[in-house]
Design a protein around this ligand. Structure first.
Ligand code: FES
Length: 264
């Protein structure tokens, strides 16, 4: 069962910026109101500056939560994200959250959580790892990237990796890594897969999980506007339980969906 939060729009003070690769930073905000209720898989919408450009807030998965702090992993891919990565410590932004639903840790029994991620899709996995481990279950990460430099695995435990160019781990994608690791993973009892990455990767993973009867939650990506169901900027087509296409608002009915909703 996934429980929606009641989001708050709060001032958040940037207290730390940590560059972890050429274009990726982990940014820590003090924001007690959001830290108190956030769950793994939730996201926040951040107004990166007081100026009118960029006008819209930017959505970020919650990377980590501790005490009164909320961390996001930000890749510089445009004006808003670059501006946020250059924001000085001590600056205040407006942060709306926690938004969206969360990974489902309750509906299906499992002994081991397999956290599958690619590139910046690794963003929500630290918070999820900590939450699962706190319940006494094991976590194993399968992390993919184009090259060794694209692997964002700092602070994660139990990582098995793949790269497209073979510069680290298995040469191939992260779905192929899951295929390779599955016999070993199955020795650990009931598995549940939790994944975040490009929508193409998630679609391939959804098909794999259905074929192998693995329960799987996917965190989808979409353009976001308001984050609260008003602008209809985040419509995504998925399948209902009868295989019929339907449109959902990812900010309201996601970003986490069951893999069966994405498979053909
Ligand atoms: Fe506006 Fe979803 S982002 S409706």
């Amino acid at each position: 069962m996934r429980i929606q939060n009641f989001p708050v729009d709060s001032r958040a003070t940037l207290v730390k910026r940590c560059r972890i690769s050429n274009d990726v930073n982990i940014i820590t905000f003090e924001c007690p109101a959001i830290a108190a209720t956030a769950k793994p898989g939730n996201f926040v919408n951040i107004k990166v500056s007081d100026a009118t450009h960029p006008l819209l807030r930017r959505p970020f998965s919650i990377h980590n939560v501790y005490s009164s702090f909320v961390e996001v992993m930000v890749k510089s891919i445009g004006l808003g994200t670059t501006q946020l990565c250059n924001t000085p410590e001590g600056f205040e932004v407006m942060m709306l959250g926690p938004l969206g639903n969360s990974f489902d840790l309750m509906s299906q029994p499992f002994h081991t959580a397999v956290l599958v991620s690619g590139g910046i899709g690794t963003a929500p996995m630290l918070f999820l790892e900590k939450t699962v481990v706190a319940t006494g279950k094991e976590v194993i990460h399968l992390v993919g990237g184009r090259t060794k430099k694209d692997l964002l695995i700092q602070d994660l435990a139990n990582c098995r990796i793949s790269t497209d160019d073979g510069s680290a781990g298995l040469k191939g994608n992260v779905v192929e890594l899951l295929h390779q690791e599955l016999p070993d993973l199955k020795k650990k009892g009931l598995l549940k897969i939790f994944a975040c990455g490009t929508n193409a990767m998630l679609k391939a993973l959804a098909g794999f999980c259905i074929e192998h009867q693995l329960p799987c939650d996917l965190s989808l990506e979409s353009v976001m506007g308001c984050g609260v169901g008003i602008c209809y900027g985040c419509c995504v087509e998925v399948k209902d339980e009868n295989g019929v296409s339907k449109t959902i608002l990812l900010c309201q009915d996601g970003p986490i969906i069951n893999s069966k909703s994405l498979a053909n």
